[in-house]
Design a protein around this ligand. Structure first.
Ligand code: DP6
Length: 324
């Protein structure tokens, strides 16, 4: 009753930012992401009747507290689904700087869902796996697939029509992402808490939700046509709109540091010099920069020189779930 799965993280180009149902993790809008080859989690799950409770190790360290509670809660869901009650030993290795805006929960819950269902020999389709994964962490449901992926919000109360679908596979288009690391410290406001506060209190929230259908349609056209300028401009503007909603919340907050804004400026300066590059930012200070392969050297060099940058990690488009 053991299985190992690997899942890559993903970066949203149209962000998921808000829930209509918190316990089932149902979003207020469709989102669209790119799966990243460079950041992944490998997880081995072993169910055993010799265990008195679940155990969770991340990078060989025993995890307790809230991250442990999220894992056991998710395992309860899988146990419920499978109709059995065995506890599990979970061992994860993260090739993602945890909680620094790199959505390690995305690769984490996708790998956990895949390994746990495989360990129990459950015959689940990728769609079903995405639906299950969504209930661990919303953005994780997109990491079941490689390439460009859309999470369809669905309209049903039970969440049965809320799951991810692949738009195009990873070999459709060689778009790259530079992850600009500014700080590896934990963020102050988690994405879960931040999006809740925004939905509940932000005076800008309706504007955000209403703008999504148009962004999504344009984004999909851009991806199909491999129109980098179009995709980049929509992604950057969508990210800025998401972050604007946090400033209209009560109390207001932002994920940006001064070095975040310095990198944003660096990206826009590069663009003014004719290099097509665009940024996007999740619920943390770090910046991800979209670029094309022919500009890799100049992008890496320029970002490294930007104020407050400690590392620049380059990634290609990644694959979906795999098993070992
Ligand atoms: C800003 O998926 O981490 O990265 O569903 O509460 O676990 P929960 O939230 P999470 O939120 C990700 C938010 C985001 C945008 C995105 O990835 O679409």
């Amino acid at each position: 009753m053991q299985a190992t799965a690997k899942a890559h993280t993903n970066i949203a180009l149209i962000k998921y930012w808000g829930k209509r149902n918190e316990s089932l993790i149902l979003p207020t809008n469709n989102s669209l992401s790119l799966t990243l080859d460079g950041f992944y989690t490998t997880t081995t799950v072993t169910f055993s009747d010799g265990l008195q409770s679940d155990e969770f190790y991340l990078n060989d360290e025993r995890i307790t507290g809230i991250p442990y509670a999220r894992v056991t809660k998710f395992l309860d869901l899988i146990r419920n689904y499978a109709g059995q009650q065995l506890y599990a030993n979970v061992r994860s290795t993260n090739e993602v700087p945890t909680a620094a805006g790199f959505a390690s929960s995305a690769s984490g819950f996708a790998a956990l869902a895949a390994a746990a269902t495989r360990a129990l020999q459950l015959d689940v389709s990728e769609q079903e796996l995405s639906r299950l994964t969504r209930q661990g962490s919303g953005s994780a449901c997109r990491s079941i697939y490689g390439g460009f992926v859309e999470w369809e919000q669905g309209s049903k109360d039970d969440g049965s029509d809320s799951y991810a679908v692949q738009i195009v596979p990873e070999d459709h288009w060689d778009v790259r992402v530079a992850a600009v690391v500014l700080t590896a410290t934990e963020k102050d406001v988690s994405s879960r808490e931040g999006m809740k506060r925004t939905v509940d209190t932000s005076v800008f929230y309706d504007g955000w939700v209403n703008s999504i259908p148009h962004d999504l349609e344009q984004m999909k056209q851009g991806i199909m046509a491999k129109d980098f300028e179009k995709v980049g401009h929509i992604a950057e503007a969508n990210c800025l709109k998401m972050h604007a909603t946090t400033l209209g919340a009560k109390p207001p907050f932002t994920y940006w540091h001064d070095s975040t804004m310095a990198v944003m400026q660096t990206v826009q300066d590069m663009r003014a010099k004719g290099i097509p590059v665009f940024f996007t930012i999740d619920a943390g200070p770090n910046v991800k920069v979209l670029y094309l392969p022919q500009h890799e050297d100049i992008v890496k060099k320029t970002l490294r020189e930007s104020r407050g940058v400690t590392d620049v990690i380059l990634s290609r488009t990644g694959k979906g779930i795999s098993y070992k």
